[in-house]
Ligand binder design. Sequence first.
Ligand SMILES: Nc1ncnc2c1ncn2[C@@H]1O[C@H](COP(=O)(O)OP(=O)(O)OP(=O)(O)O)[C@@H](O)[C@H]1O
Length: 218
Amino acid sequence: MLTVKNLAHWYGKTGKPLYENVNLSFEDAKVYTIIGASGSGKTTFLAFIAGLDKPQSGEIFLDGENIEKIGATNYRKHKVAIVFQQYNLLAYMSALDNVLTALAVTDSEHKNDKQYVLDALAGVGIEAADAKKNVQQLSGGQQQRVAIIRAMLVDANIVIADEPTGNLDDENSAMIVKLFQNFAHEHHKTVIIVTHDTKIAQQGDVKIKLADRQFIAS
Ligand SMILES: Nc1ncnc2c1ncn2[C@@H]1O[C@H](COP(=O)(O)OP(=O)(O)OP(=O)(O)O)[C@@H](O)[C@H]1O
């Protein structure tokens, strides 16, 4: 479980707080969606829970351990995986090599296991022929599925996704949400999705709205 305690953040020396007294828990086996107006601080919040940046005050715990104690590098390498709107795949590499490259820096028993990765990609509709093509030859929906498989196979406790369906049509968006739901529910992982899309936000097991500097969960 990821727990945020008394988090507050503002930019600049005398900046108005983006939010303060934020207390939230993210449990295993659940999909959380976060929706809020542009500029409300969603991406900033994701950067904190991903260990990419530090809030002005407050603490973040993973299974009771402060993430600062876990160490930023260790936390980012082994505990969290991030899926971006722009997919952030390594260009000029195949889907297969993108996933293998990510696995190479983990302790996964499957590192260097091409068949394991090909099977996982086939499971999301990317057959071997496509998996071996340069990722830039794949459609947006396919590229995002590769990015999600990459996040899933590194076996992080928490998968964070910033507008993962922002560039996709309804059909591909629905497929991506289903993938995240299966992953959270079947593998007992925590998935946290920031979205502008109210239809996607509705599909969270827990729906969080960021408005008036407050995170309200329902
Ligand atoms: N490094 C920074 N320095 C100063 N201000 C920043 C910085 N990063 C973000 N901000 C400001 O903080 C606020 C929150 O930004 P953030 O990107 O977290 O919002 P968001 O809710 O993710 O927005 P969007 O939905 O448009 O992506 C915005 O007003 C933004 O201009």
